[in-house]
Design a protein around this ligand. Structure first.
Ligand code: BES
Ligand code: MN
Ligand code: ZN
Length: 497
């Protein structure tokens, strides 16, 4: 069971029962408040005998002594105050959540010598708890004791902080962020038999309850628009494609929107250029870009962001069939440009070509950021610690990079240029959908750039980060929701008000 966590903030509380969490600065220094939870100073002794040093995220788990109202006392290290940043608080929350075990009631004494802990830090701890608590286990009818015996279904966390009032306010926003990230994770984790284009579009429709306008374009409507690139990918699947247009208008009515575009290939078999069996199951996550865009729209609406934002996702399934697109086929995109499809497994760019053109044409946005699990090549280049960033705008690239550092959803800028662009010229059409063996992530990005004109644009290749990346303090699930916090940060920092 994913445990449901209820979090409240208070300036002071009587010592309670359950688990008390005390925080230590480097050198295992505790705040005076610690004594409330630990009047017998059991921690002092335990620190001496255990070697607990207060280094970041170190834990010391103690049974509370007779005389304490608590059952357990958990000390968590914060390390040096000078090294603290937003990640410190998120990771602290994740670490606390990971140590709950069977204790359904938790009091966190959010205070440590030398640390400035205000509302946003407290809300960061809460967000870390919520993100770490996420599990995708809806299809497991039996859970073994070893996996589930350590957890309780409902946890009540009380965070004691001098900044309780500010924390409550910041937490309302953090909750919106958490629900956007977990929404995206759910979409990525969902198997393709349960989540086709129509089912995905229905999930996006749920955002209407939050005030998002959601339009769903059908195959017929896309045909009318001339989206031959997207439709060519979809034609091998019996499941009809969809293009979902989500709009959140929280800004001034006359402000041009900012736009986010996602690759939503609900399953990528490779098509006729079929992928090998090994690892093909991971291609249920080939809609990670679309999931991030949908999750982001949910965050923006959930926290009533003062911005006009458009989210567009191209939803298709890339399958093998008598009707499927063949290598060598030439399709005409909505832009009018023709594409020779030399490899049906380079399908994401075909979907995005029409989605990007459509967004630019219809909304003339301030900028477009697209997210896509686009190439295996980006994983060769960057592994799973950075997503690839390609952009025609230094300003946008710098803002994205900074948001990546702030949220630890890190980006690394990759090059674009005319020498790379010419690698996708074709003799038979305006372009081909693959370059050569080299620079595969770059030629994919060059392809996308042919559909954005002069609009400031960035492409995030999230193939290595959207799914299957190592678990962390704040994520234990296969689908990470990568991009949601990153882009929410970008919006907060530059495009609101
Ligand atoms: N969805 C894949 C890329 C991918 C691979 C994402 C592994 C996540 C994990 C994409 O559609 C694809 O197949 N790309 C090809 C392009 C090639 C045919 C030019 C690739 O990267 O091999
Ligand atoms: Mn593919
Ligand atoms: Zn793909």
């Amino acid at each position: 069971m994913p445990s449901t966590v209820e979090i409240t903030f208070t300036r002071s509380a009587k010592p309670g029962d359950g688990l008390a969490v005390l925080l230590a600065a480097a050198g295992a220094e505790f705040a005076a408040a610690a004594e409330q939870a630990d009047p017998g100073k059991v921690i002092d002794k335990a620190v001496k005998v255990s070697g607990f040093s207060g280094k970041a995220l170190a834990t010391l788990d103690l049974i509370a002594p007779a005389g304490s109202t608590f059952d357990r006392i958990l000390a968590v290290g914060l390390g040096e105050a000078s090294a603290a940043n937003a990640q410190t608080w998120l990771k602290l929350g994740g670490t606390i959540q990971s140590q709950l075990r069977k204790t359904p009631k938790v009091t966190v004494y959010l205070d440590a010598p030398g640390f400035e802990i205000g509302g946003s830090e407290a809300a960061g701890v809460a967000l870390g708890i919520l993100l770490r608590a996420y599990r995708f286990d809806k299809y497991r009818t039996k859970k073994s004791d070893s996996e589930n015996g350590d957890e309780v279904e409902k946890v009540k966390v009380t965070i004691m902080t001098a900044a309780a009032t500010a924390a409550k306010k910041a937490f309302a926003e953090a909750e919106a962020v958490a629900s956007g990230v977990t929404f995206a994770r759910d979409l990525v984790n969902e198997p393709a038999n349960m989540l086709g284009p129509i089912e995905f579009a229905a999930r996006a429709k749920e955002l209407e309850a939050l005030g998002v306008t959601v339009e769903v374009l059908t195959e017929k409507e896309m045909k009318k628009l001339g989206m031959g690139a997207l439709l060519g990918v979809a034609q091998g699947s019996p499941r009809s494609p969809r293009l979902v247009v989500m709009r959140w208008n929280g800004g001034k009515p006359k402000d041009k929107p900012i736009a986010f575009v996602g690759k939503g290939v609900v399953f990528d078999s490779g098509g006729i250029s079929m992928k090998p069996a090994q690892g093909m199951e991971d291609m249920k996550g080939d809609m990670g870009g679309a999931a991030a865009v949908t999750g982001l729209m949910r965050v923006l609406a959930g926290r009533k962001a003062k911005v006009n934002a458009v989210g567009v996702i191209g939803l298709v399934e890339n399958m093998v069939d008598g009707n499927a697109q063949r290598p060598g086929d030439i399709v005409t995109s909505m832009s009018g440009q023709t594409i020779e499809v030399l490899n049906t497994d380079a399908e994401g760019r075909l979907v995005l070509a029409d989605a990007l053109w459509y967004v630019n044409d219809r909304f003339q946005p301030k900028f477009m950021v697209n997210l896509a699990t686009l190439t295996g090549a980006i994983m060769v280049a960057l592994g799973n610690q950075h997503a690839g960033l390609f952009s025609n705008s230094d300003e946008l690239a710098e803002r994205l990079t900074a948001a990546g550092i702030a949220t630890a959803e890190k980006l690394w800028r990759m090059p674009l240029g005319p020498e790379y662009d010419k690698l996708i010229d074709s003799k038979n059409a305006d372009m081909k959908n693959i370059g050569g063996r080299q620079g595969g992530a770059i030629t994919a990005a060059q392809f996308l750039q042919r559909f954005v004109k002069d609009t400031p644009w960035a492409h995030l290749d999230i193939a290595g980060t959207a799914m299957g990346s190592p678990s962390s303090e704040i994520n234990q699930s296969w689908g990470s929701g990568f991009g949601v916090r990153l882009l929410d940060q970008l919006v907060r920092d530059h495009y609101e008000g």
